[in-house]
Design a protein around this ligand. Structure first.
Ligand SMILES: [Zn+2]
Length: 233
């Protein structure tokens, strides 16, 4: 038995790695959730391959918006997203990103977008927030998408967040819009100009954040924009 396997064995006894939903033990490839739960325990927004964006009025220039799961307030999904955001569990972000990519490919509108080259843009975090959390959860979701559906992740130096916004929970629509206004900046326009871009985030609520980011990308003459998220409120 190698030292690495021995260490893993001890960790397994001290901290058994089990699925947070069903309690079954996890394989080394699984993080937080087993593959079975990941694909069956949450409610998909697009079970029949219809577009999520049909229910939402999108600003001009955004082709469509797609979410993997509907947001079950107080349920497993909320806990999962919380873990992803604050508990430095980056592996689950990649797992969910892979699952999101599978549902993107099932969405008939989205699949036509995916045939052309595209860039993935995780919603940038303000450097202060990034330092506090240690990572940007949207980046790991984008990583999982890239593994399954392809696409290149835009350099985090290309588009940045210049305004450290307050948390938007409980804000009115107008207050959210003002809070997020001028929060993003394109530093390297060549990485945006003429490109098809998929914005990646964890939750889609009113769209104030992703719509603001999209308007900045449009001002830098990007080609097409889509928004994908793990959950939809
Ligand atoms: Zn499970």
């Amino acid at each position: 038995m190698g030292v690495k396997r021995f260490k893993e064995g001890i960790l397994e006894v001290l901290f058994p790695r089990v699925c947070v939903v069903c309690g079954h033990s996890l394989s080394p490839q699984e993080n937080v959730l087993c593959v079975e739960c990941l694909s069956s325990k949450f409610e998909e927004t697009v079970p029949n391959g219809t577009a999520t964006s049909e229910r939402i009025l999108l600003p001009e220039g955004i082709q469509f918006q797609h979410a993997l799961w509907t947001f079950d307030k107080g349920g497993y999904l909320q806990e999962l997203l919380h873990q992803l955001k604050y508990h430095r569990i980056t592996g689950v972000g990649v797992d969910i990103g892979r699952q999101l990519a599978v549902s993107m490919k099932k969405n008939s509108l989205m699949s036509s977008f995916l045939v052309e080259p595209y860039q993935l843009l995780p919603v940038p975090l303000h450097p202060k927030k990034r330092r506090m959390r240690g990572y940007n959860q949207a980046y790991y979701i984008a990583k999982g998408i890239a593994e399954v559906a392809g696409g290149e992740i835009i350099s985090k130096k290309a588009v940045i967040r210049v305004k450290n916004t307050k948390t938007q929970t409980g804000f009115s629509l107008e207050k959210r819009r003002r809070n997020i206004e001028n929060a993003f900046k394109v530093v390297h326009p060549d990485s945006v100009e003429g490109k098809n871009i998929i914005i990646v985030d964890d939750v889609f609520t009113t769209g104030s954040t992703t719509f603001e980011l999209a308007s900045v990308l449009k001002a830098s003459h990007c080609e097409k924009i889509a928004i994908v998220t793990v959950a939809q409120a």
